[in-house]
Design a protein around this ligand. Structure first.
Ligand code: SF4
Length: 682
């Protein structure tokens, strides 16, 4: 049988896979023709075939404990949402969706909520992933556009990884970087409080104090000025240099926790190398000053004119397979469709006109943490959660669980029957999963690829876009009559053409008239894709998207996390998010079998912790029970725990429950990466 081309459903690298269905599953190998991975796969991607069995699937729509027909479930959802809106207004309902939805699902969710219900109360677990990168891009460039491409990692002479354990979290891109190191001697700097596997192989590891990344980039900016390295010609297109320098000069080097020698090494490498990529991930974004950290990185690249050129520029590594697709359709509460601005009346009118919709959200909606607090306060009375598990993944997760439990009406769409969130639903809707889904995703370098099905949906599972469209139609809305995902994609591409005419970089109007056959044959492509521009880099020409066409440097006053015991959180090599898929693969469970806590030997002695014994980590009125690993990979007072393990009680390994729900005031992204805790032997 001919192999089917699809895309891995895990991280934002977006690797192409070739699928060969077998009698009891599917064989998976890397697609040699996909530009993201060129045949490579990591442990998670290569084990995909072990995760597609029927175990644990939700087979049928459920109202309470009753299995029902789709019509009955959809009628109830539409009626309850319509009644709630009629009684309490459009702000009383909300959607909480996911960076694992396909772009077509995301498009329909956003259209329903913003254009027809008339509220922007749609947010996504991408808020936990890269909202700070979005905010940083928009503040600097006037648009959420990633300037560079994956090939820049292979063209750079220096790659600086900040808050990114790339070897484990974006493994195939790391493999590409390692190949470049072998062939052309690319040097790598890792900035991370913990000596991660990525840091272990780096040319320079800077074990920075938790949260001090902006301080380091501020200091490098000051040093660049001192050495006379600022690119004055490029800076003619950039505002904010003096104020940014003034704030940077006030930065105390002691904040970084690094020695003068380490700082000097970093300056020499960064400032002495023209082709530098600075790539960051959750260690930057998941912070209560994440946007400032992003802008401190962008400031340095703008000041040196190192942006959008081969082998140089800032690069946001997205965690989720389709965080970028969500950004493209406006799936965040503070965005409109096609990278347009929800706070711009002209942009809102253009989208409303295109949709011929009866209304349009006039202001940003509730971002994730605030959304669940509005549920807790009873202001949001009907909630639809799709393809995500916030009872595990949100900070102050127990509080989120109580909020969902107290909500008048909760719908959860998911492929699995027994997620922690699913158990709290009034209506459970079976969704298609990877291997059944049919649509597109966008990876971290703006490359759009197809996810293609290799088998029919399990039992009564249906695509998320179909579920949303069915409810919209039952609520009496026009414009939700698509028969296929290709039709949804064509509409999305046509709307991007409207946006492109308004100046948006996201314009894929080449595909506005795509047919089903062309959609089926669609090859991976970079956006933009229109008559004016095909793929490529942005901003080398010094033209930006603020109304005056200039970029902005943002003055940043760094803040660090200060507490006697700061828990740093992260990921392990072989698991993904809350393990609802990777936990099904026996060989992935072998790498690390249970939740653990890395503690420095000095902490272990002080706290009486034994290697392989148990530690109780407490915070926010909750606790997690973790197996102790004693290691100098972590500094004293900075234990580390992975995020993946879930649990139905507060004594399980669920670290989200113990991390405070503070968030970045600019991006709304929760500070999941670290938090003050107490640790004791259990
Ligand atoms: Fe999948 Fe990411 Fe691994 Fe590629 S690097 S195979 S996208 S998990």
């Amino acid at each position: 049988m001919q192999e089917i081309r699809s895309t891995c459903p895990y991280c934002g690298v977006g690797c192409g896979v070739l699928l060969r269905p077998t009698a009891d599953g599917v064989e998976v190998r890397g697609d040699p023709d996909h530009p993201a991975n060129m045949g490579r796969l990591c442990s998670k991607g290569s084990a995909l075939g072990e995760t597609v069995g029927p175990a644990g699937r939700l087979a049928t729509p459920m109202i309470g404990d009753q299995a029902v027909a789709w019509d009955q479930a959809l009628d109830l959802v539409a009626t309850r949402f319509a009644d709630t809106i009629a009684q309490h207004g459009p702000e009383s309902v909300a959607l909480y969706v996911s960076g694992q939805l396909l772009t077509e699902d995301y498009y329909v969710a956003n259209k329903l909520m913003k254009g027809f219900i008339g509220s922007a109360n749609i947010d996504t677990n991408s808020r936990l992933c890269m909202a700070s990168a979005v905010a940083g891009h928009r503040r600097a460039f006037g648009t959420d556009t990633v300037p560079g491409l994956y090939e820049d990692f292979e063209k750079a002479d220096l790659v600086v990884l900040v808050g990114s354990n790339m070897a484990w979290c974006h493994p195939v891109l790391f493999q590409r970087l390692e190949a470049a190191r072998a062939s052309r001697g690319t040097r790598v700097v890792v900035i991370d409080p913990r000596r991660t596997p990525t840091a272990e192989g780096a040319d320079l590891h800077l074990p920075i104090a938790p949260g001090a990344d902006a301080a380091l980039f501020n200091l490098a900016l000051v040093e660049a000025e001192r050495r006379g390295l600022l690119d004055r010609a490029y800076l003619a297109q950039v505002d904010g240099l003096e104020a940014t320098l003034e704030a940077a000069r006030a930065t105390d080097p002691a904040m970084t926790g690094l020695t003068q020698g380490q700082l000097q090494q970093f300056y020499d490498l960064f400032l002495g190398t023209e082709k530098v990529i600075t790539a960051w991930s959750m260690g930057i974004n998941q912070s209560d000053s994440g946007s400032d950290k992003v802008n401190a990185i962008l400031n340095l690249h703008l000041a040196l004119g190192r942006i959008g050129k081969p082998g140089m520029g800032p690069f946001s590594l997205t965690g989720q397979p389709n965080a970028m697709g969500g950004r493209e359709v406006g799936g965040l509460a503070n965005m409109l469709a096609a990278h347009l601005n929800i706070e711009d009346a002209g942009h809102r009118d253009a989208v409303q006109g295109f949709w011929a919709s009866p209304t349009m959200a006039g202001k940003p909606g509730l971002k994730a943490v605030d959304l669940f607090r509005a549920v807790e306060a009873g202001r949001v009375k009907a909630l639809w959660i799709m393809c995500t598990n916030p009872v595990v993944s949100m900070p102050e997760a127990d509080r989120v669980a109580r909020a969902i439990q107290s909500c008048d009406f909760v719908v959860v769409s998911d492929m699995m029957a027994e997620t922690d969130t699913m158990r709290l639903a009034d209506v459970r809707l079976p969704a298609t999963g990877w291997g059944e889904k049919d649509g597109t995703v966008t990876n971290s370098e703006r490359r759009i690829s197809r996810q293609r099905p290799f088998r029919k949906p399990a039992d009564l599972a249906r695509a998320d876009w179909w579920q949303l469209a069915q409810v919209a139609r039952r609520m009496g809305f026009q414009g939700f009559n698509w028969e296929t995902p290709a039709e949804v994609f064509a509409e999305h591409a046509a709307l991007s053409g409207v946006a492109g005419a308004l100046g948006s970089d996201f314009d894929i109007s080449d595909h506005a008239a795509i047919t089903r056959a062309e959609y089926d044959a669609l090859q991976p492509f970079l956006w933009p894709a229109n008559a004016r521009k095909q793929g490529g880099r942005f901003f080398a020409d010094g033209r930006f998207h603020h109304k005056d066409g200039r970029a902005r440097m943002i003055a940043v006053t760094p803040r660090v996390t200060a507490a006697p015991m700061i828990l740093n959180t992260g990921r392990v090599r072989d698991h993904w998010h809350t393990m609802s898929r990777t936990g099904l693969a026996p060989r992935l469970n072998q790498h690390m079998a249970e939740p653990f806590l890395e503690v420095n030997p000095a902490d272990a002695t002080r706290l009486g912790l034994q290697a392989d014994g148990l530690a109780r980590v407490s915070g926010m009125g909750a606790s997690a029970l973790l197996r102790v690993t004693i290691t100098d990979r972590v500094a004293p007072g900075q234990p580390f725990a992975p995020i993946h393990w879930t649990g139905e009680t507060t004594s399980a390994g669920r670290v989200g429950a113990v991390v405070e729900g503070s968030f970045d005031p600019v991006s709304g992204q929760p500070a999941l990466k670290s938090g003050a805790v107490s640790v004791e032997a259990a």
